[in-house]
Write a protein of this length. Sequence first.
Length: 154
Amino acid sequence: MSQVQIGQPVPDFELPSSDGTLIRLSQFRGRKVVLYFYPKDMTPTCTQESCDFRDANASFGEANAVVLGISPDPVQSHAKFIAKHHLPFPLLADTDHKVAEMFGVWQEKKTFGKTYMGIVRSTFLIDEQGVLAKEWRNVKVKGHVEEVLAAARP
């Protein structure tokens, strides 16, 4: 499967959501979709990023955009993360990292000399027709949500 490209339609995908339902990308046609990929529930930076998206959720709604978080964590972990931090949007479980691979965010990483595969923090803005409009890769959390919101606004 080739990696998604700006200006190209994003292939439809379906992932289990934190509430137990299956969510398809295509169900949001007519709205913008903010997909943010993050490495792990309950970790400090991922919590900060998710809470920043939470705090801006109403503004994304005003911009006709829906926010979806994706990580390789299982649905049960997502449900706890949502409950603890009162996240108002679904978190999707990409446990086999197929969607992360489609977006090119499942990559080799290094921490303290140890090499492993994991999510590179990234966000993607998909327009109302399902076309990739903008991407942010190797995201630094501070100020990121404001930048994504500015791009989502008409």
